[in-house]
Design a protein around this ligand. Structure first.
Ligand code: PLP
Length: 436
């Protein structure tokens, strides 16, 4: 009988997963898959961690829900303090998803400018190719195929350039490419100067393009532009944050300190829906000295169960030194992916930072061309990989054929070898189909 479940692809026949452990998923037919993309780049600490499961069960015995407007808890305050200390932020605002964390960052920015007497600053700039969430505010910021359902709802222009070295740097040196992007960015700041509140940037491009790393000093240059024009730098680290990119925040790679940071996936690591907006001293103290009140919040934000689970996730991340471990394993994974590229012409680019790695697929490596209709090549590779028991995460922005290969930070070298062997078979299969 057909299920009533509505899925993205209404005619999809997806495997049903029954259990998960470490980097492995098992479906109801007993087939095992290596989760080479951590779901949607979520499960940093791997599946089925016993300490997290124990914390979940323990908390469920005590209390699972209280209303955040009425109560706080020792654990909630401790988790906020721990995140603040780990990331260097003054305040932590809990929400339940990455999209909500981005929305909250926008609202903090708008409130900040009202509090300091600049209410005309209500607009945001984001990159032409970007993803900031599936709420209407987040979609309005996104340069992404999904945007078509949102139209122009929030005050946002996705008109900042998008760093995309593989396709756009036109043979420029890394430094010249960053300068060229900054010239374009400056034009946007100048055009919108009088009403600009903030820019919203993924430090490393995620779901839209797959692990595109900006050229050196681009983000530093953007931060300087923000200071010059008096606007806030909002980093969307929903995908990159909390260890995925080899540092606690990806922004740390470039030594920049955004005014607001949206985090998400790595906080609950797939064990519970939880996310957080990190708020700088500049923003929170303006609100404290102004109205002293934040208008906003969601019913389930910071519920005791999610807080207990996220606290256990962060404890595992820190006590097992997984950020450094993930960065080390990523070096090995990247080497193996580069070896694959040497024998598979369908791989056009291997890129990324830390354990946020990706492959971009092409039909002609010289010209970097893809002649199949948009979306097909990436999906073909992902489907072949799935048949060989490896899951990769295809870019959904509508701009390229790429896929994240971003397993949990806990992956072992043997598991990486299995992952690469599965991809090898899948790529050979796709390449022989392309020749037919
Ligand atoms: N921002 C970025 C950079 C993301 O990658 C995502 C999700 O992929 C989101 C926001 C939205 O997060 P969520 O799906 O948890 O709402």
């Amino acid at each position: 009988m057909k299920s009533s479940l509505i899925q993205n692809n209404l005619s999809a026949d997806l495997p049903a997963i029954e259990s998960a452990q470490g980097v492995w998923l098992t479906d109801t037919r007993g087939k095992r898959y290596l989760d080479a993309c951590s779901g949607a780049v979520v499960t940093t600490i791997g599946h089925g961690n016993p300490a997290v499961i124990a914390a979940m069960a323990e908390q469920a015995q005590h209390v699972t829900f209280t209303h955040r407007g009425a109560f706080t808890s020792v654990q909630t305050e401790q988790l906020a303090d721990r995140l603040a200390a780990l990331t260097g932020y003054a305040g932590v605002w809990f929400v339940s998803s990455g999209s909500e964390a981005v929305e909250a960052a926008l609202q903090f920015a708008l409130q900040y400018f009202r509090e300091i007497g600049q209410p005309e600053r209500q607009w945001f700039l984001s990159s032409s190719q970007s993803y900031h969430g599936n709420t209407l505010g987040g979609l309005s910021l996104s340069g992404h195929a999904r945007r078509s359902v949102a139209g122009e709802l929030a005050h946002a222009f996705h008109t900042l350039p998008t760093p995309y070295t593989y396709r756009d740097s036109a043979g420029l040196s890394e430094s010249d490419y960053a300068d060229a992007l900054l010239v374009l960015a400056r034009e946007q700041f100048v055009e919108h100067a009088h009403h600009l509140a903030g820019i919203v940037i993924e430090p490393v491009g995620g779901a839209t393009l797959s692990a595109t790393v900006p050229p050196a000093h681009y983000l530093v240059g953007l931060k300087s532009l923000c200071e010059e024009f008096g606007v806030l730098f909002i980093a969307d680290e929903v995908m990159t944050g909390l260890g995925r990119a080899g540092r606690m925040l990806a922004s740390d790679h470039w030594g920049i300190k955004p005014d607001l940071v949206a985090t998400g996936k790595g906080l609950g690591a797939g064990y519970t829906p939880i996310a957080a907006t990190l708020v700088s001293e500049r923003v929170i103290s303006a609100i404290e000295q102004g109205s002293g009140r934040i208008q906003g919040g969601h019913t389930y934000a910071g519920n005791p169960l999610s807080i207990a689970i996220a606290s256990a996730v962060i404890e595992v991340l820190v006590s097992e030194d997984l950020v450094a471990r993930g960065a080390r394993m990523a070096v090995y994974l990247r080497e193996q992916l580069e070896n694959l590229a040497a024998s598979h012409p369908v791989i056009g680019d291997v890129r990324g930072v830390g354990m946020l790695l990706a492959l971009e697929f092409v039909q002609n490596r010289e010209t970097r061309e893809v002649t199949l209709p948009q979306g097909q090549l990436g999906r073909r590779v992902a489907a072949a990989a799935l048949r060989h028991g490896v899951i990769i995460y295809v870019a959904t922005g509508g701009f390229n054929e790429a896929a994240a290969v971003s397993p949990p930070l806990t992956i072992s070298t043997e598991e990486i070898d299995y992952l690469v062997a599965g991809l090898d078979l899948a790529l050979s299969e796709v390449e022989s189909q392309l020749l037919d």
